[in-house]
Design a protein around this ligand. Structure first.
Ligand SMILES: C[S@@+](CC[C@H](N)C(=O)[O-])C[C@H]1O[C@@H](n2cnc3c(N)ncnc32)[C@H](O)[C@@H]1O
Length: 297
């Protein structure tokens, strides 16, 4: 509570207060930020409606007691419930775009965003991309980011979860891409017809027995979006099996498997995987040329 004779707190004061709260709480960061300071900034700037581009100039702006209490209330929930911040705020930023997010979908964080930013070059001739297929779309963040990066392309995006697809539909409408992003309820690629220039997937890839060891924050996310069989590769196997029949001759498969990248190399020793490095973190995104998939299909 701010007494009348006390000075009015600034954005900078509130940032320090929340950062200290987060830093002392043994939180897991990894759902949009990777440290207490950035997470505090995401919360404070969201509630105050500030632009991150305005920092640090806006640190001196005053904060009303009502705003401060709202921020501290959300910070308390972040600490007590161990709920990832995007679920508390109802939104996440991905590939420079804003998405509506709730606990029906995984929080967007795939490093594939970096490949979308460079339009999958040098592996694809970006100007020729007309058709994109995504498996396991969740919030539709990857599908919509692709639609934005490739304005001349159509995107088909599947998910087995009707709940996830309800959120995806909200985001497709929000970004006004319903004419180019088609959402399909399907088990992986079952029932999908046609051929595509690009198939992307960030499927579940956590081995079943490793779920219990994950930080508490992950338990707020749908297990369907995380777990994939005993070795984490059930979904990846299905995608590798079906992709050859759905790719154009000069097409590309981009398949995220995270920490399972060595396991998939061992499971498919005759397949040429390329593993891009990422500037902003993340590992285990395989790039596979259609020609290499065809030669073993
Ligand atoms: C790791 S999440 C990725 C979500 C989103 N593409 C992203 O990158 O944030 C995996 C998604 O795959 C979906 N999924 C799980 N099993 C599936 C299946 N058998 N067929 C289609 N989608 C599935 C989940 O519902 C979830 O939305």
């Amino acid at each position: 509570m701010v007494l009348e004779n006390q000075s009015i707190p600034s954005v900078g004061d509130l940032l320090v207060e929340v950062e200290q709260r987060f830093a002392g709480a043994e939180l897991f960061f990894g759902h949009g930020t990777d440290n207490a300071r950035d997470e505090a900034a995401a919360l404070v700037f969201h509630v105050l409606g500030l632009e991150h581009g305005g920092a640090p100039g806006n640190y001196a702006e005053p904060v009303s007691e009502e705003q401060r209490l709202e921020v501290l209330g959300l910070a308390a929930r972040r600490v007590q419930e161990r709920k990832p911040l995007p679920y508390l705020l109802g939104e996440a930023w991905f590939a420079g775009l804003n998405f509506m997010i709730d606990e029906r979908v995984l929080i967007p964080r795939s490093p594939i965003a970096e490949l979308i930013a460079t339009r999958f070059e040098p592996w694809l001739d970006a100007g020729r991309i007309r058709s994109i297929l995504e498996v396991g779309t969740g919030s539709a963040c990857l599908a919509i980011a692709c639609a934005s990066a490739f304005p001349g392309a159509k995107v088909v995006a599947t998910d087995i979860s009707a709940d996830a697809l309800a959120v995806a539909r909200i985001n497709v409408a929000k970004h006004d891409v319903a004419g180019r992003v088609q959402l399909v309820e399907a088990d992986h690629l079952d029932g999908i017809r046609g051929t595509y220039d690009l198939i992307i997937a960030n499927p579940p890839y956590v081995p079943r027995d490793e779920m219990a060891a994950l930080a508490a924050e992950y338990r707020h996310e749908p297990a369907l979006g995380l777990v994939s069989g005993a070795d984490g590769l059930d979904s990846a196997r299905r995608i590798l099996q079906d992709a050859p029949g759905l790719l154009n001759a000069d097409g590309l498969l981009v398949l995220e498997v995270g920490a399972q990248w060595q396991a998939i190399e061992e499971a498919f020793p005759d397949l040429a995987f390329t593993w891009p490095e990422f500037e902003h973190g993340g590992i285990g995104v395989a790039v596979v040329q259609a020609a290499d998939l065809f030669s073993r299909a």
